[in-house]
Design a protein around this ligand. Sequence first.
Ligand SMILES: Cc1cc2nc3c(=O)[nH]c(=O)nc-3n(C[C@H](O)[C@H](O)[C@H](O)COP(=O)(O)OP(=O)(O)OC[C@H]3O[C@@H](n4cnc5c(N)ncnc54)[C@H](O)[C@@H]3O)c2cc1C
Length: 419
Amino acid sequence: MDLAPTRAAALARLAAFLPAAGRRYAETRNADDGPRAEGRGNVSQLSPWLHAGVISETEVLEAVLGQHSPRAAEKFIAEVFWRIYFKGYLEQRPAIWADFCSGRDGAVAALDANAGLRKAYSEAVEGRTGIEAFDVWALELVATGYLHNHARMWFASIWIFTLKLDWRLGADFFLRHLKDGDAASNTLSWRWVAGLHTKGKHYLARADNIARYTAGRPEGALDAARLAGDEAEPLTEPQEYARQKLDLPAPVAAADLAKPFALLLHDEAAHHAPLALPAAPALVIAAARPEARSPHAPGTHALAFAKGALAGGMAEAAAAFGCPAVEWRAGEPLAPLLAAAGVERIAVPYLPTGWTRDALAPDLATLGEPGRVVTLLGDLDRATWPLAKAGFFGVAKAIDNLLAECAIHGGAVPASTRS
Ligand SMILES: Cc1cc2nc3c(=O)[nH]c(=O)nc-3n(C[C@H](O)[C@H](O)[C@H](O)COP(=O)(O)OP(=O)(O)OC[C@H]3O[C@@H](n4cnc5c(N)ncnc54)[C@H](O)[C@@H]3O)c2cc1C
């Protein structure tokens, strides 16, 4: 399977996976059959490209509905909406991300100060705990940059309830190594496993469940003896995260981009095609900040994917629009890049809560004058995020309406050369 961080590879993977996106996905998606050169047969593995904005949820849903009825593809469609739900939820509670970052920094400092804790942490991230399944996944994550969803749930559960390590260190380990490492899906999934997202409802890994759903791995079913039992209590925290009102940008029309403008590509919007810009930019600016995801260095695969997606996206945008492209490096001011190209405005794909916003928003704010920054947000996010108020159910029950509202009825996989 071509896991290159390119749009061509994303579209090829989408096309290859499509036949399995219907009932087969619903029936087989829970099995962790292990990494395979040809790609896993039962899940799409599209998440790295989705996270990087190399392909959009809308494009994936269009293609799936082009081959399957909404009922047959119900489960797959719902999973794609989980991603959008988590984004919308965190957008309405950004303090969860801020508290995660400060809590993680505190947990890292505690590691430095406590040799016993440091040893337990090292054993976990180096796959030396003696719990076979957990150790296999720790090594697999570092070696491949991907874990199956079920493996992520079991891993997080064992980390929190059996190894009793700080959940924020585990979430940080995932963010550093996952090619799809995403502030919303990752932080909120770890919180969900811990019993913090749905208060009091935690996820406990069980050895029989792990053995059953890992039986198709090349090495056979994974063993997970001595896990925390049903008596393990969910985590609690003193904070109550009140929902703050969303302030979403209006759809952008060609008139908003009538004057020469620059297009900013970033870690979560690395390709221009999913943005469907109503006008052509005079300059492409690429801002890669993958190191901002953690105080620790990112893993090789996560880093290479993020950097490759932006380098490729920058080159393809420059070619598609016939304009120059520049890199906006960390620590450099943005304004001189705009001035040198003679452009006033910059079109910025929405910076979601997380490290991408933390790294880029302060510089964008220094551009001064309102109106210089034109924020781009897709229709599907604009329609779905307001529904991500509490549990997923609020989104789930609206999926048919959301698809209709966003005119997602089913189409072909986009051609890789399309701009
Ligand atoms: C502890 C934990 C941490 C996670 N961290 C991340 C993360 O950093 N980034 C990330 O993208 N996903 C994360 N997930 C969600 C999920 O595991 C991955 O999105 C999924 O495994 C990606 O593989 P896939 O593309 O083959 O998914 P498929 O099963 O093929 O699903 C299609 C798409 O739907 C979305 N999706 C599927 N399941 C979920 C889910 N449970 N939550 C949110 N979106 C989902 C993804 O975008 C995925 O590409 C995490 C889950 C857990 C339990």
